[in-house]
Design a protein around this ligand. Structure first.
Ligand code: URA
Length: 230
């Protein structure tokens, strides 16, 4: 149970003060009845809350999967480029979403957004043993099994970093799947560059057991953390 004013302010319907005013103006209803006080407690799973005649969608913890196209930055704001948040539509834009494992601007594929800090940690922390799978296209013929050997690359702070042992699956001379546990800045590109090849296209296809499936580019769906854990 949580207070109606807290629920609505969490969802960015306004400050507690503004919501208090909206309640006094009879703009909030709970189970079909006008809400009389900001102190009323609701059970978001059972009670139907309406604001200005529209149903309020509330989840304490939400996880969204986007099939990110190229050209979009994994950030809340960017002065030059559109961001992945351009794909977040109503009612999800009301949640305080964070990106669980960013993708480069020229990378496409599976991107997760969540409002739940614990969930974010479960997904992206290497100690959680969640593999992130990438479909990699390189510029010249390459045997990706060399990526299984220990190597040192630079991380996002330009400090030397030894990636954890990945998994590889050859498709053909120019394409392979690479599964890594971490998500260091440009990690896949830097691992491949270590062997003198360039990644010319990169797509994240899976996180744990969750795969993009047939989700079209630029579309977003709600998913369950259990789908990642398998
Ligand atoms: N590795 C990269 O090099 N880029 C990404 O976007 C993700 C992983």
């Amino acid at each position: 149970m949580l207070r109606i004013d807290k629920m609505l302010s969490n969802l960015k319907y306004g400050s507690r003060k503004e919501i208090d005013k909206a309640i006094r103006e009879k703009r909030v209803e709970i189970n079909g009845k006008v809400c009389k006080s900001a102190k009323v407690k609701v059970d978001p799973k059972k009670d139907e809350v309406m604001f200005d005649g529209e149903v309020v969608y509330y989840e304490e913890s939400i996880l969204l999967m986007l099939n990110k196209p190229k050209g979009y930055v994994s950030a809340n704001h960017d002065d030059l480029h559109p961001t992945v948040f351009d794909f977040v539509y109503d009612p999800y834009h009301r949640f305080d979403l964070k990106i669980a494992g960013r993708l480069d601007i020229d990378t496409e594929g599976l991107l997760l957004l969540t409002n739940d800090g614990q969930m974010l940690h479960e997904i992206i922390h290497p100690s959680k043993n969640v593999y992130k799978e990438y479909y990699v296209t390189v510029d010249q013929p390459f045997d990706p099994s060399v990526l299984l050997d220990e190597m040192v690359i630079m991380d996002g702070n330009n400090a030397p970093y030894t990636p954890m042992k990945p998994e590889v699956e050859v498709v053909d001379d120019l394409h392979f799947y690479l599964r890594i546990k971490e998500g260091k800045f440009h990690q896949v590109k830097r691992m491949v560059a270590h062997y003198g090849r360039e990644v010319i296209a990169l797509k994240r296809t899976k996180i744990g057991d969750l795969s993009l499936g047939d989700l079209p580019l630029g579309e977003m769906v709600e998913v369950d953390i259990e789908q990642i854990k398998g």
